[in-house]
Design a binder for this molecule. Structure first.
Ligand code: MG
Ligand code: ZN
Length: 209
């Protein structure tokens, strides 16, 4: 017994720091999760053009219900939004953060939690984030270990679905009028209807067809 114990102590002593480091690393290795990349203006809230004042922020009808439905399917909600109003000098990052805090609080009260909000503040500067560029999607995927092959993108402009041309993300374009979307992109009039399409996908998958 004493021999065993001393052996164990030596082993623990030698590897403790390394083992702790490995445990920390392991805890960061969350399993891959599926997500929905949501545009903001015109998808979640009424697009009034450069919305940054709290009083101008109005959720679209049933948008919150749609988000809750998506969340209940186990999908993480990620908001991906171009905010060139910052580059245009119309509002500041502080204004935007205040608005997003407000939005997140309203959603939390309705039982909806947001995994992350990614915004592009640029306009003319070369950047990788301004949609249709896909930098924000990739940042979110890396930071939250997202499984893109089981994820969705939903937005009211084709640029909100740019990731779908590059990765196996399923896209839903929000449009009240009949449109001809890119191949593989479906259409829905609003976020609630889009969420129902996603529910349909899950049901189809569950029934094994
Ligand atoms: Mg939009
Ligand atoms: Zn950018």
């Amino acid at each position: 017994m004493p021999a065993d114990r001393s052996k164990r102590v030596v082993l623990v002593g030698q590897s403790r720091r390394r083992r702790v480091a490995r445990v920390d690393l392991m805890s960061q290795q969350k399993p891959f999760q599926s997500a929905v990349f949501l545009d903001r203006d015109g998808t979640i809230n009424v697009d009034r053009g450069y919305v940054y004042r709290l009083e101008d922020f109005e959720f679209l009808p049933r948008a919150i219900d749609g988000m809750r439905t998506l969340q209940d399917l186990g999908l993480g909600l990620v908001i991906i939004t171009n905010q060139s109003g910052i580059a245009r000098g119309l509002y500041s990052r502080v204004d935007l953060a205040r608005l997003h805090d407000y939005m997140v609080q309203k959603l939390a009260k309705a039982g909806v939690s947001i995994l992350g909000i990614y915004f592009c503040p640029h306009l003319k500067e070369p950047c990788n984030c301004r949609k249709p560029k896909t930098g924000m999607f990739h940042s979110a995927a890396d930071e939250h270990r997202l499984d893109l092959s089981s994820s969705y993108a939903i937005g009211d402009k084709t640029r909100d679905l740019s990731i779908c041309a590059e990765q196996p993300v399923k896209g839903i374009l929000l449009s009240k009028e009949p449109t001809t979307p890119e191949p593989g992109i479906r259409c829905a009039p609003d976020l609630w209807s889009a969420a129902k399409l996603v529910v349909g996908d899950f049901q189809t998958r569950a029934s094994g067809s």
